[in-house]
Ligand binder design. Structure first.
Ligand code: AMP
Length: 135
């Protein structure tokens, strides 16, 4: 399978505005930001979606998410932000290499807009036990 655009960034074949790197993770500015400071945190492991990601890469991402979030807030002056993580074309994923978006939200409204239409939980006990059994 062809290397994803993020693997090519990790390999230095494509430039990026890098803000962080360690042995398992890279973070850089999104090329089409929803707001100033929109940053992508990417595991170097080329998993397509988060359900395929190793525990080691997941831990490495989790370890730096708060630190990079704080840095984005400090650098932009934003007081709020969203972390977005899309999996699958049906869920708006365009680059098939796991990534977490950090998207500052400004009082002007700039940032992530969310269409959220909550339903009513039904058969919660059965569903929860099916999910728990699958973990
Ligand atoms: P998603 O819809 O979650 O897959 O988002 C993919 C994101 O990657 C989009 O926000 C793009 O703007 C961003 N993106 C694509 N190519 C690049 C690139 N070369 N450098 C930085 N960000 C990129």
């Amino acid at each position: 399978m062809a290397a994803s655009i993020f693997t090519r960034i990790i390999n230095g074949e494509i430039p990026c505005h890098k803000v962080y790197e360690d042995d398992r993770v890279i973070a850089f500015l999104d090329i089409n930001p929803l707001s100033p400071g929109h940053t992508l945190i990417v595991p170097k492991e080329p998993a397509e979606t988060v359900d395929k990601l190793s525990d080691e890469s997941a831990s490495a991402i989790g370890r730096v998410l708060p630190r990079i979030s704080r840095a984005v807030l400090a650098a932009t002056g934003a007081k709020a932000f969203n972390i977005l993580q899309n999996n699958g074309a049906g869920a708006h994923q365009a680059v098939f290499h796991v990534h977490f978006h950090i998207i500052p939200k400004f009082e002007s409204g700039q940032g992530l807009g969310i269409g959220w239409k909550p339903g009513k939980l039904e058969d919660g006990a059965a569903l929860a036990s099916r999910i728990a059994a699958a973990i």
